[in-house]
Design a protein around this ligand. Structure first.
Ligand SMILES: [Zn+2]
Length: 412
C-alpha cells in the first residue's frame, strides 16, 4: 500500500488479490488462501464471506480433514457463472458468436454466413441478431452480462472503437466508428462495456488463457491464412498496439522487394505474399506443368487444391509438397527472424494453415531460427504450434473482457 492510501483501498486490494487467486484455482479453503498470500485466516474468512454474499464465491462442502486430525475445512470455488460475456468474431465469410462463462469457456455458439465483402449494415445486423439471441437464452439464468466484444479482421483502433480499414470488407470504408454504430444498433437496454480489436490481438490473449502461451509475458502469435498473415504482440504481459494500431501488421513487412510476389497492398514481396496460397500454388502448378508428380495432382482434374493440401501433403512426406513448404519456411524464417531481432520474444506461436504441415514445417523453423542474424548468439525463443481451432478469436475476446471486468469494473 502506498503511503497515505486509505484502509478502504487496502480492503479492496486484498479482496481483488483473493479473487485473482480464486479464479486461478479449482477448490480452495481459507487456510490455502491465507498461506498463499500471507493474510490472516480471519481476514481471508471475512473476504470469503463477503464474496459469497456477492455471489462470486460458492461454498462447496467439506474437504479432507487436516493431518493433525482437526475438523474438515470448508471448501470454496469461484462462481464462474456469476456473469457471462457475449463474444463475436467477424471472419472474412461468417460471423461466429458465443457466450462464455467467466473462465472464458464457451457455453453457447452460433454462426451465420455473410455475403462476400458484406456491407456494414449486414454485418452489424447479423451481430445484433446473434447477441440478442444470446441474451435471450440467458434471460432465465441469474448470470449478468459483463461485456460484449467483437473481433474484427483488419486494422482496428481499440481505444477509439474504430475499424480503421478492413481489407476483407472494403465497402465499410475507412475509420468506421464501429462501437458507436453497434451500440446504437443494440439499443439503449443493453448497457454494458463494448470492445473491439483486431482478431489477431484477441487470438494472442487466447493462447495465453487456453493455449500454448500460458505464463508467457513476451510473445508473438502469427496467424497465416490462405491469403494474409496477422499477428498479435504481447510485451511485458500486455497487448501492444503501437502508435497508430499498426503493430502486428507483419503480413506487410517487406521480405523480398527485388523479385517478390505482388501483394494485395500494392507492394512487392510482403511476408504474406511470399507464403500465400496464391504464390505457393503457383509454384505447385508450374512444377506440375513441367511433369512433376505429387499427391496434389492425384485427384480428378476438377479438384481444387489449396494451401491446406500442400501442408497435409508435406506432413505425409510428399516430395513436391515438402519442397513447397521448405520454400515457405525460408520466408517464415526471414519474417520471424526479423521479429526476434526487433522484439526478442520468449515464444512465437504459429496458428493457421501451416500448422497442418506438422513436425516437418515446425522443425524447419526451429532449426532455422538459430541461423538467423548473429549466428554465434543462441536464440532462446521457443516456436510452437497453436492447438486452438476456429474459436480462438471469440475465446480471446472473452478473456480480454473478463480481465477488464475484474481489473477495472468490479467493485467489491
Ligand atoms: Zn503487402
Amino acid at each position: 500500500m502506498k503511503k497515505g492510501e486509505k484502509p478502504k483501498n487496502l480492503k479492496a486490494h486484498n479482496t481483488h488479490t483473493v479473487l485473482d487467486l480464486l479464479r486461478k484455482s479449482d477448490m480452495v479453503t481459507v487456510a490455502d488462501v491465507s498461506d498463499a498470500i500471507r493474510l490472516s485466516k480471519t481476514t481471508v474468512k471475512k473476504i470469503f464471506d463477503h464474496l459469497v454474499a456477492e455471489g462470486l464465491l460458492l461454498s462447496a462442502g467439506k474437504g479432507e480433514s487436516t493431518d493433525e486430525g482437526g475438523k474438515k475445512p470448508e471448501q470454496y470455488r469461484f462462481n464462474k457463472n456469476f456473469g457471462y460475456v457475449a463474444s463475436v468474431h467477424v471472419t472474412p465469410d461468417e460471423v461466429i458468436s458465443v457466450t462464455t462463462d467467466l473462465d472464458a469457456d464457451i457455453d453457447y455458439k452460433t454462426k451465420a454466413a455473410v455475403s462476400p465483402g458484406a456491407d456494414l449494415d449486414e454485418i452489424i445486423g447479423t451481430i445484433v441478431r446473434q447477441i440478442r439471441e444470446s441474451i435471450k437464452r440467458k434471460a432465465e439464468s441469474r448470470e449478468r452480462l459483463v461485456g460484449i466484444v467483437v473481433a474484427l479482421p483488419g486494422l482496428v483502433d481499440s481505444a477509439g472503437g474504430i475499424s480503421i480499414y478492413s481489407p476483407h470488407y472494403p465497402r465499410w470504408g475507412r475509420d468506421v466508428p464501429f462501437i458507436s454504430i453497434l451500440r446504437a444498433a443494440l439499443g439503449g437496454d443493453i448497457d454494458v462495456p463494448l470492445f473491439i480489436d483486431d482478431v489477431n490481438r484477441y487470438q494472442a490473449i487466447a493462447e495465453r488463457e487456453k493455449g500454448v502461451a500460458g505464463g508467457a509475458r513476451n510473445y508473438i502469435v502469427v496467424d497465416a491464412l490462405d491469403e494474409g498473415i496477422g499477428s498479435g504482440v504481447v510485451l511485458n504481459g500486455a497487448l501492444f498496439q503501437g502508435n497508430q494500431s499498426l503493430c502486428g501488421e507483419i503480413g506487410h513487412m517487406t521480405l523480398n522487394p527485388v523479385d517478390g510476389a505482388p501483394c494485395i497492398c500494392g507492394h512487392t514481396g510482403c511476408f504474406e505474399a511470399m507464403v500465400s496460397a496464391k504464390r505457393i500454388l503457383g509454384l505447385a502448378n508450374s512444377a506440375h506443368a513441367s511433369g512433376r508428380a505429387s499427391v496434389l495432382f492425384d485427384g480428378p482434374p476438377s479438384r481444387r487444391i489449396g494451401l491446406a493440401d500442400v501442408c497435409l501433403g508435406a506432413a505425409r512426406g510428399d516430395p513436391l509438397c515438402r519442397e513447397l513448404v521448405e520454400d515457405a519456411a525460408r520466408w517464415f524464417l526471414v519474417g520471424i527472424g526479423n521479429i526476434v531481432m526487433a522484439l526478442d520474444p520468449e515464444l512465437i506461436v504459429i496458428q493457421g494453415q501451416y500448422v497442418k504441415a506438422g513436425d516437418y514445417f515446425l522443425s524447419l523453423l526451429r532449426d532455422g531460427i538459430s541461423h538467423i542474424g548473429l549466428p554465434l548468439v543462441e536464440k532462446k525463443v521457443r516456436i510452437e504450434y497453436s492447438i486452438m481451432g476456429e474459436d480462438r478469436g471469440v475465446i480471446g475476446g472473452a478473456a480480454f473482457t473478463i480481465a477488464d471486468f475484474f481489473e477495472r469494473r468490479l467493485h467489491v
